[in-house]
Design a binder for this molecule. Structure first.
Ligand code: 4AD
Ligand code: MG
Length: 477
């Protein structure tokens, strides 16, 4: 006989049927009620043992965390809180769990504590829900692009180029740290290295994605990216997952439309397919917010917030318009920003992004046409000579969730920009080839997957939506 998953048993009304449940003990009460969880749902099933006929040493082994197999009859529950339970006929302990040593107790643990035991935190309801939603969002992203005929490209993890030109790369090498081979002028001799040149982990699959878009028309990537930026915030990871579509014959408006459509599609998918998880996460958040003063609590609960996002157009405006709003805001005048907005050209900090989204427009915002100085080399230059066709999407509670642009398809202008920004053309000869051989307008963006999961789950730290976070000074597990 096969085991039945708890998610199915809890919906079943086959009273009297013999079933097998396998899972981990959450609690064992009154020497008879075992709450078992198998991960298929955040809900447990109750199994009732008869302590008169069960070996006492076995009962003692029913500790939180132990793996068990239970065979018994599915019956209508007499107790409150559940419809069905299992009347145990046969109980097998598959794996013991020393209650003295097992760090997960049947009580509320802080997220900080759970981060220290990330190898076990999947066994909590919160992380069960978070990772189910993460899975659903990943699936929805593939479904969205598949339905629209986009080709999923696997761009390389190891590259020799810095796609963002920001120099935030992790080196990849097999050279020894002591006795490193040197050239005559004392520099590290990468000719001796594994690839015969200096390589690093990719910060973005965009440049290779563009090559593919210039052949397939519409592609997307969805893979891990790496940034050695020393940002210890609730929204930065050194290893994060990014979705990067790239579309030929598209301009910035097409790009914004695609991003808004994608975000709404996947949020809607989660709302439709993760009802239990989102209900659980909504209540978790309400509970957590009770600790906060009234005026700091969210106006909308999690599910209302997601629905609100679906039913409103994202506010679109230029960087220049945004700077005006920020400069003239009371927040700026009263010096409530850590970084005061003095003039056009300032890079926006997350406090500014969040002010625009949360205080001013009170909905998702798309900012376009940023100063070229604060954006990457590949963005298409505007006629004004000052700005580029960039767009960032800003979300409540998150700040930047998407960064993208129309690309500079004009060879001479691209080469000139690379020169100004000291990006060696030799290294990117293959990228420049697309501008030489049948260049065409195209656009794309990057969606930070963990920031999306953060938004949809209502969690507040990006470390709690990726299984094993990599951040400065931390690479456990
Ligand atoms: O704005 P970014 O740096 O854009 C790019 O990498 C472009 N190549 C994308 C493209 O046009 N194809 O990063 C895109 C998104 C950000 O908006 C953010 O959501 C996320 O990636 N992101 C991070 N997420 C977590 N931790 C980090 N350190 C992140 N850096 C960027
Ligand atoms: Mg960005």
């Amino acid at each position: 006989m096969q085991r039945t998953k708890i998610v199915d048993l809890l919906k079943s009304t086959d009273y009297g049927k013999e079933v097998i449940v396998k899972g981990w003990v959450r609690t064992f009460r009154n020497n008879q009620f075992i709450a078992i969880n198998d991960g298929s749902t955040t809900n447990n099933i109750q199994a009732v043992v008869d302590f008169n006929t069960t070996d006492e040493t076995k009962l003692k082994r029913l500790t939180t965390g132990a793996a068990v197999a239970v065979t018994g009859e599915l019956i209508e529950s007499l107790g409150k809180g559940q419809k069905v339970e299992v009347k145990v006929k046969q109980l097998e302990i598959l794996g013991d769990c020393d209650a003295e040593k097992f760090p997960l107790q049947p009580k509320k643990h802080s997220l900080e504590f759970l981060r220290e035991i990330a190898h076990l935190r999947f066994r909590t309801n919160t992380f069960n829900a978070v990772f189910k939603v993460r899975h659903a969002l990943a699936f929805a992203i593939h479904q969205f692009f598949n339905e629209r005929g986009y080709v999923y490209m696997h761009t390389p993890i190891i590259t020799a180029s810095d796609a963002e030109g920001a120099g935030e790369m992790f080196k990849v090498t097999t050279l020894p740290f002591d006795n490193t081979p040197r050239t005559e002028d004392g520099k590290v001799d990468f000719k001796e290295d594994f690839f015969g040149r200096a390589t690093n982990l990719t910060v973005s699959g965009q440049l290779e994605g563009e090559l593919a878009a210039m052949a397939f028309g519409e592609i997307y990537t969805f893979g891990p990216t790496f940034r050695a930026e020393n940002s210890n915030t609730t929204r930065h990871l050194a290893e994060f997952w990014m979705i990067e579509p790239e579309v030929a014959f598209a301009d910035l408006t097409d790009n914004m439309n695609l991003a808004e459509e994608l975000l709404k599609y996947v949020i809607n998918y989660a709302l439709t397919n993760c009802t239990d998880e989102l209900e659980f996460l909504k209540n978790r958040l309400l509970e957590e917010e009770k600790q906060k003063p009234q005026d700091e609590r969210s106006v909308l609960d999690l599910i209302a917030k997601l629905n609100f996002c679906l039913s409103n157009d994202f506010q679109r405006l230029t960087y220049t318009e945004a700077i005006d709003i920020l400069k003239n805001s009371n927040h700026n005048k009263k010096k409530k920003f850590k970084y005061i907005i003095e003039s056009w050209g300032a890079d926006l900090q997350s406090e500014h992004e969040r002010y625009l989204v949360e205080k001013h427009f009170k909905k998702p915002v798309i900012l376009t046409d940023y100063p070229k100085e604060i954006k990457a080399f590949y963005m298409r230059q505007n006629e004004d000579g000052k700005t580029v066709r960039a767009m960032d999407i800003l979300f409540p509670g998150i700040g930047e969730i998407v960064g993208g642009s129309q690309r500079e398809e004009r060879l001479a202008l691209l080469e000139q920009r690379m020169k100004e920004m000291h990006i060696p053309a030799e290294e990117l000869h293959w990228y420049l080839d697309t501008r030489k051989f049948g260049t065409a307008p195209h656009a794309g963006f990057g969606l930070g997957f963990e920031r999306l999961v953060l938004f949809v789950t209502g969690m507040t730290n990006v470390r709690d939506v990726i299984a094993f976070p990599r951040t400065p000074k931390s690479a456990e597990f």
